[in-house]
Design a protein around this ligand. Structure first.
Ligand SMILES: *Cc1c(COP(=O)(O)O)cnc(C)c1O
Length: 406
Protein backbone atom coordinates (compact mmCIF):
# COMPACT_ATOMS: atom_id res chain seq x y z
CA UNK A 1 0.00 0.00 0.00
CA UNK A 2 2.69 2.40 1.07
CA UNK A 3 4.74 1.73 -2.05
CA UNK A 4 1.69 2.33 -4.24
CA UNK A 5 1.15 5.70 -2.63
CA UNK A 6 4.79 6.60 -3.21
CA UNK A 7 4.73 5.60 -6.86
CA UNK A 8 1.60 7.65 -7.33
CA UNK A 9 3.11 10.66 -5.61
CA UNK A 10 6.08 10.75 -7.99
CA UNK A 11 3.96 10.44 -11.07
CA UNK A 12 3.49 6.70 -11.61
CA UNK A 13 3.34 5.15 -15.05
CA UNK A 14 6.22 4.39 -17.37
CA UNK A 15 7.26 7.99 -17.97
CA UNK A 16 10.79 9.16 -17.38
CA UNK A 17 9.57 12.70 -16.94
CA UNK A 18 5.90 12.33 -16.17
CA UNK A 19 6.06 14.73 -13.27
CA UNK A 20 8.28 17.45 -14.68
CA UNK A 21 6.55 18.21 -17.95
CA UNK A 22 2.80 18.43 -18.30
CA UNK A 23 0.06 19.29 -20.75
CA UNK A 24 -2.61 21.82 -19.89
CA UNK A 25 -5.92 21.41 -21.70
CA UNK A 26 -8.22 24.39 -21.85
CA UNK A 27 -11.85 23.32 -21.41
CA UNK A 28 -12.98 26.80 -22.45
CA UNK A 29 -11.02 26.67 -25.72
CA UNK A 30 -12.52 23.27 -26.51
CA UNK A 31 -16.07 24.55 -25.90
CA UNK A 32 -15.34 27.57 -28.06
CA UNK A 33 -14.11 25.42 -30.96
CA UNK A 34 -17.21 23.22 -30.78
CA UNK A 35 -19.32 26.37 -31.02
CA UNK A 36 -17.45 27.48 -34.18
CA UNK A 37 -18.62 24.29 -35.88
CA UNK A 38 -22.11 24.33 -34.38
CA UNK A 39 -23.04 27.52 -36.20
CA UNK A 40 -22.05 26.25 -39.67
CA UNK A 41 -25.10 25.38 -41.72
CA UNK A 42 -25.51 22.09 -43.50
CA UNK A 43 -26.50 21.59 -47.14
CA UNK A 44 -30.18 22.09 -46.32
CA UNK A 45 -29.69 25.21 -44.21
CA UNK A 46 -30.14 23.46 -40.89
CA UNK A 47 -27.39 22.67 -38.43
CA UNK A 48 -26.20 19.10 -39.05
CA UNK A 49 -25.02 16.71 -36.33
CA UNK A 50 -21.48 17.41 -35.23
CA UNK A 51 -19.05 14.56 -34.92
CA UNK A 52 -15.55 14.84 -33.52
CA UNK A 53 -12.54 12.62 -34.10
CA UNK A 54 -10.80 11.39 -30.95
CA UNK A 55 -8.28 9.07 -32.62
CA UNK A 56 -4.61 9.06 -31.70
CA UNK A 57 -5.33 9.62 -27.99
CA UNK A 58 -7.49 12.60 -28.97
CA UNK A 59 -4.73 13.97 -31.22
CA UNK A 60 -2.28 13.51 -28.37
CA UNK A 61 -4.32 15.71 -26.05
CA UNK A 62 -5.41 12.74 -23.93
CA UNK A 63 -8.58 10.74 -24.52
CA UNK A 64 -9.22 10.34 -20.80
CA UNK A 65 -9.32 14.12 -20.37
CA UNK A 66 -10.98 15.13 -23.66
CA UNK A 67 -13.80 12.57 -23.64
CA UNK A 68 -15.60 13.94 -20.54
CA UNK A 69 -15.21 17.48 -21.91
CA UNK A 70 -16.77 16.81 -25.32
CA UNK A 71 -19.23 14.02 -24.62
CA UNK A 72 -22.07 16.38 -23.77
CA UNK A 73 -21.26 18.90 -26.52
CA UNK A 74 -21.29 16.81 -29.69
CA UNK A 75 -23.45 14.20 -31.40
CA UNK A 76 -20.99 11.66 -32.74
CA UNK A 77 -17.59 10.39 -31.58
CA UNK A 78 -15.21 8.86 -34.13
CA UNK A 79 -12.24 6.64 -33.34
CA UNK A 80 -9.73 4.50 -35.14
CA UNK A 81 -9.28 1.82 -32.46
CA UNK A 82 -12.14 -0.34 -31.10
CA UNK A 83 -10.74 -0.25 -27.56
CA UNK A 84 -10.88 3.55 -27.53
CA UNK A 85 -14.50 3.50 -28.70
CA UNK A 86 -15.39 1.16 -25.84
CA UNK A 87 -14.06 3.74 -23.39
CA UNK A 88 -17.02 5.92 -24.34
CA UNK A 89 -19.43 3.25 -23.18
CA UNK A 90 -17.45 2.80 -19.95
CA UNK A 91 -17.59 6.53 -19.35
CA UNK A 92 -21.34 6.65 -20.03
CA UNK A 93 -22.04 3.77 -17.66
CA UNK A 94 -19.88 5.26 -14.92
CA UNK A 95 -21.51 8.68 -15.23
CA UNK A 96 -25.06 7.54 -16.00
CA UNK A 97 -25.06 9.32 -19.38
CA UNK A 98 -27.17 8.43 -22.38
CA UNK A 99 -25.16 6.76 -25.13
CA UNK A 100 -23.77 8.82 -28.01
CA UNK A 101 -23.35 7.59 -31.56
CA UNK A 102 -19.86 6.09 -31.68
CA UNK A 103 -18.16 5.04 -34.92
CA UNK A 104 -14.90 3.11 -35.34
CA UNK A 105 -13.25 4.27 -38.58
CA UNK A 106 -10.29 1.89 -38.36
CA UNK A 107 -9.61 -1.81 -38.73
CA UNK A 108 -11.79 -4.18 -36.72
CA UNK A 109 -11.18 -7.90 -36.26
CA UNK A 110 -14.21 -10.26 -36.30
CA UNK A 111 -14.08 -10.97 -32.55
CA UNK A 112 -13.90 -7.21 -31.89
CA UNK A 113 -16.92 -6.70 -34.14
CA UNK A 114 -18.95 -8.95 -31.83
CA UNK A 115 -18.06 -6.83 -28.80
CA UNK A 116 -18.78 -3.59 -30.65
CA UNK A 117 -22.18 -4.89 -31.82
CA UNK A 118 -23.13 -5.71 -28.24
CA UNK A 119 -22.04 -2.25 -27.10
CA UNK A 120 -23.94 -0.49 -29.86
CA UNK A 121 -20.76 0.89 -31.41
CA UNK A 122 -20.84 1.33 -35.19
CA UNK A 123 -18.08 0.37 -37.59
CA UNK A 124 -16.89 1.15 -41.09
CA UNK A 125 -16.77 -1.50 -43.79
CA UNK A 126 -13.93 -0.60 -46.17
CA UNK A 127 -13.73 -3.76 -48.28
CA UNK A 128 -14.91 -7.31 -48.82
CA UNK A 129 -12.63 -8.60 -46.07
CA UNK A 130 -15.60 -8.00 -43.79
CA UNK A 131 -17.22 -11.13 -45.26
CA UNK A 132 -15.04 -13.08 -42.81
CA UNK A 133 -16.78 -11.41 -39.88
CA UNK A 134 -20.23 -12.52 -41.00
CA UNK A 135 -20.10 -16.13 -39.73
CA UNK A 136 -18.48 -14.95 -36.48
CA UNK A 137 -21.27 -12.42 -35.94
CA UNK A 138 -23.90 -15.07 -36.74
CA UNK A 139 -22.36 -17.52 -34.28
CA UNK A 140 -22.48 -14.83 -31.58
CA UNK A 141 -26.30 -14.76 -31.79
CA UNK A 142 -26.54 -10.99 -31.47
CA UNK A 143 -29.72 -9.38 -30.25
CA UNK A 144 -29.40 -6.71 -32.95
CA UNK A 145 -27.24 -6.47 -36.04
CA UNK A 146 -23.98 -4.52 -36.06
CA UNK A 147 -24.55 -1.04 -37.48
CA UNK A 148 -22.12 -0.34 -40.31
CA UNK A 149 -21.10 2.52 -42.58
CA UNK A 150 -19.86 1.70 -46.07
CA UNK A 151 -16.64 3.45 -47.01
CA UNK A 152 -16.54 4.64 -50.61
CA UNK A 153 -13.07 5.42 -52.00
CA UNK A 154 -13.70 8.54 -54.06
CA UNK A 155 -10.07 9.38 -54.75
CA UNK A 156 -7.91 9.08 -51.64
CA UNK A 157 -6.77 5.60 -52.61
CA UNK A 158 -7.01 4.38 -49.05
CA UNK A 159 -9.93 2.49 -47.51
CA UNK A 160 -13.21 2.00 -49.30
CA UNK A 161 -14.92 0.45 -52.28
CA UNK A 162 -14.05 2.19 -55.55
CA UNK A 163 -16.93 3.04 -57.85
CA UNK A 164 -15.85 0.10 -60.00
CA UNK A 165 -16.36 -2.24 -57.04
CA UNK A 166 -19.93 -1.16 -56.27
CA UNK A 167 -22.30 -3.04 -56.49
CA UNK A 168 -20.32 -6.23 -57.29
CA UNK A 169 -18.17 -6.26 -54.14
CA UNK A 170 -20.86 -4.87 -51.85
CA UNK A 171 -23.41 -7.59 -52.57
CA UNK A 172 -22.38 -9.51 -49.43
CA UNK A 173 -23.88 -6.68 -47.37
CA UNK A 174 -27.30 -7.45 -48.83
CA UNK A 175 -26.86 -11.13 -48.03
CA UNK A 176 -25.66 -10.45 -44.46
CA UNK A 177 -28.56 -8.19 -43.43
CA UNK A 178 -29.29 -10.39 -40.42
CA UNK A 179 -25.98 -9.33 -38.81
CA UNK A 180 -24.87 -6.18 -40.67
CA UNK A 181 -27.25 -3.23 -40.85
CA UNK A 182 -26.00 -0.55 -43.23
CA UNK A 183 -26.84 2.80 -41.62
CA UNK A 184 -24.40 5.13 -43.32
CA UNK A 185 -21.86 5.79 -46.03
CA UNK A 186 -18.72 7.86 -45.91
CA UNK A 187 -15.70 8.95 -47.84
CA UNK A 188 -12.57 10.93 -47.05
CA UNK A 189 -10.95 13.77 -48.98
CA UNK A 190 -7.43 13.56 -50.37
CA UNK A 191 -6.61 17.19 -50.94
CA UNK A 192 -8.73 19.77 -49.19
CA UNK A 193 -5.97 21.08 -46.93
CA UNK A 194 -3.08 21.78 -49.26
CA UNK A 195 -4.96 23.86 -51.82
CA UNK A 196 -7.32 26.80 -52.00
CA UNK A 197 -8.75 25.48 -55.26
CA UNK A 198 -11.20 22.65 -54.49
CA UNK A 199 -11.56 21.01 -57.93
CA UNK A 200 -10.35 17.61 -56.80
CA UNK A 201 -12.51 17.71 -53.66
CA UNK A 202 -15.61 18.57 -55.70
CA UNK A 203 -14.88 15.67 -58.04
CA UNK A 204 -14.75 13.49 -54.93
CA UNK A 205 -18.14 14.83 -53.82
CA UNK A 206 -19.55 13.91 -57.25
CA UNK A 207 -18.04 10.44 -57.00
CA UNK A 208 -19.48 10.09 -53.50
CA UNK A 209 -22.95 10.87 -54.77
CA UNK A 210 -22.57 8.40 -57.64
CA UNK A 211 -21.43 5.73 -55.18
CA UNK A 212 -24.32 6.55 -52.86
CA UNK A 213 -26.88 6.16 -55.66
CA UNK A 214 -25.41 2.78 -56.59
CA UNK A 215 -25.39 1.65 -52.97
CA UNK A 216 -28.84 2.90 -52.10
CA UNK A 217 -30.19 1.20 -55.21
CA UNK A 218 -28.55 -2.06 -54.28
CA UNK A 219 -29.56 -1.99 -50.63
CA UNK A 220 -33.08 -0.79 -51.45
CA UNK A 221 -33.48 0.92 -48.11
CA UNK A 222 -34.07 4.38 -46.67
CA UNK A 223 -31.65 7.25 -46.51
CA UNK A 224 -28.14 6.56 -45.28
CA UNK A 225 -26.30 8.87 -42.90
CA UNK A 226 -23.72 10.49 -45.19
CA UNK A 227 -20.42 11.91 -44.02
CA UNK A 228 -17.36 13.01 -45.94
CA UNK A 229 -16.09 16.25 -44.38
CA UNK A 230 -13.16 16.45 -41.97
CA UNK A 231 -12.18 19.82 -40.46
CA UNK A 232 -11.07 21.53 -43.67
CA UNK A 233 -14.07 20.56 -45.80
CA UNK A 234 -16.48 21.35 -42.98
CA UNK A 235 -15.02 24.86 -42.88
CA UNK A 236 -14.56 25.65 -46.54
CA UNK A 237 -16.71 23.29 -48.62
CA UNK A 238 -20.39 23.75 -47.68
CA UNK A 239 -21.42 21.17 -50.29
CA UNK A 240 -19.62 18.54 -48.24
CA UNK A 241 -21.66 19.13 -45.08
CA UNK A 242 -24.01 16.16 -45.22
CA UNK A 243 -25.73 14.58 -42.20
CA UNK A 244 -22.58 14.50 -40.10
CA UNK A 245 -19.13 16.07 -39.96
CA UNK A 246 -15.94 14.46 -38.73
CA UNK A 247 -14.01 17.30 -37.16
CA UNK A 248 -10.56 16.35 -35.94
CA UNK A 249 -7.68 18.83 -35.77
CA UNK A 250 -9.87 21.93 -35.48
CA UNK A 251 -11.72 20.62 -32.43
CA UNK A 252 -8.34 21.10 -30.75
CA UNK A 253 -8.14 24.65 -32.04
CA UNK A 254 -5.69 24.10 -34.88
CA UNK A 255 -6.23 25.01 -38.53
CA UNK A 256 -5.74 22.08 -40.91
CA UNK A 257 -3.40 24.34 -42.90
CA UNK A 258 -2.66 27.94 -43.83
CA UNK A 259 -4.49 27.34 -47.12
CA UNK A 260 -7.65 26.30 -45.26
CA UNK A 261 -7.49 29.50 -43.29
CA UNK A 262 -7.20 31.52 -46.50
CA UNK A 263 -10.12 29.68 -48.04
CA UNK A 264 -12.19 30.22 -44.90
CA UNK A 265 -11.91 33.95 -45.38
CA UNK A 266 -13.23 33.63 -48.92
CA UNK A 267 -16.00 31.12 -48.19
CA UNK A 268 -17.20 32.29 -44.78
CA UNK A 269 -16.50 35.99 -45.20
CA UNK A 270 -14.33 36.07 -42.13
CA UNK A 271 -11.87 33.74 -40.50
CA UNK A 272 -13.39 32.05 -37.47
CA UNK A 273 -11.25 32.14 -34.35
CA UNK A 274 -10.00 28.72 -33.32
CA UNK A 275 -8.42 28.50 -29.89
CA UNK A 276 -5.59 26.01 -29.32
CA UNK A 277 -6.61 23.71 -26.49
CA UNK A 278 -3.17 22.51 -25.53
CA UNK A 279 -0.19 24.02 -23.74
CA UNK A 280 2.93 22.04 -22.87
CA UNK A 281 4.96 23.22 -19.93
CA UNK A 282 7.98 22.01 -18.06
CA UNK A 283 9.75 22.83 -14.82
CA UNK A 284 13.52 23.19 -15.16
CA UNK A 285 15.81 20.61 -13.63
CA UNK A 286 18.95 22.76 -13.46
CA UNK A 287 19.63 26.47 -14.03
CA UNK A 288 23.28 27.57 -14.15
CA UNK A 289 25.86 29.78 -15.85
CA UNK A 290 28.21 28.46 -18.47
CA UNK A 291 31.33 30.46 -19.32
CA UNK A 292 31.94 31.76 -22.83
CA UNK A 293 33.21 29.12 -25.28
CA UNK A 294 31.40 26.23 -23.55
CA UNK A 295 29.89 23.46 -25.62
CA UNK A 296 26.29 22.51 -25.01
CA UNK A 297 24.82 19.06 -25.59
CA UNK A 298 25.69 15.98 -27.62
CA UNK A 299 27.90 16.39 -30.65
CA UNK A 300 29.21 19.75 -29.40
CA UNK A 301 27.02 21.44 -31.99
CA UNK A 302 26.60 24.64 -29.99
CA UNK A 303 29.23 26.79 -28.35
CA UNK A 304 28.44 29.78 -26.18
CA UNK A 305 29.87 33.06 -27.44
CA UNK A 306 29.45 34.78 -24.08
CA UNK A 307 28.68 33.73 -20.50
CA UNK A 308 25.27 32.11 -20.80
CA UNK A 309 22.69 31.17 -18.22
CA UNK A 310 21.14 27.88 -19.31
CA UNK A 311 18.15 25.96 -18.09
CA UNK A 312 18.17 22.19 -18.45
CA UNK A 313 14.64 21.03 -19.09
CA UNK A 314 13.80 17.40 -18.28
CA UNK A 315 11.93 16.80 -21.51
CA UNK A 316 13.07 15.42 -24.83
CA UNK A 317 12.20 13.36 -27.86
CA UNK A 318 10.99 10.52 -25.67
CA UNK A 319 8.18 12.84 -24.62
CA UNK A 320 7.43 13.91 -28.18
CA UNK A 321 9.63 17.00 -28.52
CA UNK A 322 11.03 16.57 -32.04
CA UNK A 323 14.79 16.13 -32.32
CA UNK A 324 14.71 17.80 -35.73
CA UNK A 325 13.87 21.05 -33.93
CA UNK A 326 17.44 21.05 -32.55
CA UNK A 327 19.14 24.40 -32.96
CA UNK A 328 16.01 26.05 -34.37
CA UNK A 329 13.28 26.00 -31.77
CA UNK A 330 12.63 28.30 -28.87
CA UNK A 331 10.60 27.91 -25.69
CA UNK A 332 9.08 30.63 -23.54
CA UNK A 333 10.23 31.52 -20.04
CA UNK A 334 8.64 34.44 -18.21
CA UNK A 335 7.07 35.53 -21.49
CA UNK A 336 10.41 35.66 -23.32
CA UNK A 337 11.71 33.56 -26.16
CA UNK A 338 14.60 31.31 -25.17
CA UNK A 339 16.57 29.51 -27.87
CA UNK A 340 17.00 25.76 -27.70
CA UNK A 341 20.78 25.26 -27.62
CA UNK A 342 22.39 22.31 -29.34
CA UNK A 343 20.62 19.03 -29.81
CA UNK A 344 17.33 17.87 -28.38
CA UNK A 345 18.12 14.76 -26.34
CA UNK A 346 15.97 11.81 -25.29
CA UNK A 347 15.11 13.31 -21.93
CA UNK A 348 16.73 16.74 -21.98
CA UNK A 349 16.48 20.05 -23.68
CA UNK A 350 18.82 22.96 -22.96
CA UNK A 351 17.65 26.51 -23.39
CA UNK A 352 19.26 29.94 -23.05
CA UNK A 353 17.58 31.80 -20.18
CA UNK A 354 20.22 34.53 -19.83
CA UNK A 355 17.69 37.31 -20.39
CA UNK A 356 14.55 35.52 -19.23
CA UNK A 357 15.35 35.19 -15.55
CA UNK A 358 17.44 36.98 -12.92
CA UNK A 359 18.93 34.15 -10.92
CA UNK A 360 19.45 30.41 -10.85
CA UNK A 361 16.14 29.46 -9.28
CA UNK A 362 14.02 26.93 -11.23
CA UNK A 363 11.93 28.25 -14.10
CA UNK A 364 8.81 27.08 -15.86
CA UNK A 365 9.18 26.80 -19.62
CA UNK A 366 6.37 26.72 -22.15
CA UNK A 367 7.26 24.37 -24.99
CA UNK A 368 3.94 24.91 -26.77
CA UNK A 369 1.26 27.43 -25.93
CA UNK A 370 1.10 30.97 -24.62
CA UNK A 371 3.18 32.71 -21.97
CA UNK A 372 2.57 36.43 -21.60
CA UNK A 373 2.55 38.11 -25.01
CA UNK A 374 4.42 35.32 -26.72
CA UNK A 375 3.26 31.95 -27.92
CA UNK A 376 4.70 28.88 -29.56
CA UNK A 377 2.20 27.19 -31.82
CA UNK A 378 2.07 23.54 -32.79
CA UNK A 379 2.57 24.82 -36.34
CA UNK A 380 5.80 26.60 -35.34
CA UNK A 381 7.17 23.52 -33.66
CA UNK A 382 6.17 21.49 -36.71
CA UNK A 383 7.92 23.99 -38.96
CA UNK A 384 11.19 23.71 -37.03
CA UNK A 385 10.92 19.94 -37.19
CA UNK A 386 9.98 19.88 -40.90
CA UNK A 387 6.74 18.10 -40.22
CA UNK A 388 3.04 18.70 -39.75
CA UNK A 389 1.38 20.02 -36.59
CA UNK A 390 -0.88 16.93 -36.70
CA UNK A 391 2.22 14.80 -36.11
CA UNK A 392 3.56 17.04 -33.34
CA UNK A 393 0.43 16.72 -31.20
CA UNK A 394 -0.30 13.09 -32.05
CA UNK A 395 3.19 12.08 -30.87
CA UNK A 396 2.99 13.70 -27.45
CA UNK A 397 3.85 10.95 -25.00
CA UNK A 398 0.90 9.12 -23.50
CA UNK A 399 2.85 9.14 -20.21
CA UNK A 400 2.77 12.93 -19.87
CA UNK A 401 0.55 14.31 -17.16
CA UNK A 402 -2.49 16.07 -18.55
CA UNK A 403 -4.40 18.61 -16.53
CA UNK A 404 -7.65 20.28 -17.49
CA UNK A 405 -7.77 24.02 -16.84
CA UNK A 406 -10.56 26.47 -17.55
C1 LIG B 1 -8.44 11.84 -39.17
C2 LIG B 1 -9.69 11.75 -39.93
C3 LIG B 1 -10.62 12.80 -39.88
C4 LIG B 1 -10.33 14.13 -39.20
O1 LIG B 1 -9.45 14.89 -39.98
P1 LIG B 1 -9.01 16.37 -39.53
O2 LIG B 1 -8.26 16.92 -40.69
O3 LIG B 1 -8.15 16.18 -38.34
O4 LIG B 1 -10.25 17.10 -39.20
C5 LIG B 1 -11.84 12.61 -40.51
N1 LIG B 1 -12.11 11.45 -41.16
C6 LIG B 1 -11.24 10.45 -41.24
C7 LIG B 1 -11.60 9.22 -41.98
C8 LIG B 1 -10.00 10.56 -40.63
O5 LIG B 1 -9.11 9.56 -40.72
Amino acid sequence: MLSEVNVESIGGGPGDAAHTSWLELSAGALRHNVEVFRVLEGRDGTSPPLGVVLKGNAYGHGLAQVLPLVHGLVDILYFIAPQDALKVREHERAQGLSPRQVVVLGAVAPHEAVVLAREGVEVVVPDRGWEDAVPVLRAAKLERPLRVHVHIDTGLGREGFTLEQIPRETQFLVDARDVLEVVGALSHFANTEDVTEQGYALAQVDAFETGLRLLEGQLGQGRLQRHIAASAATLVLPRARYEAQRVGISLYGLWPSAETRLSARLVLGEVPVLKPVLSWRCRSQVVKWLPADSYVGYGCTYRTSEPTRIAVLPVGYYDGYPRLASGKAHVLVNGRRCAVLGRVMMNHLIVDVTRATHDERPVTATLMGRDGDESVSAEALAGWAQTLHYEIVARLGTHLRRVVVE
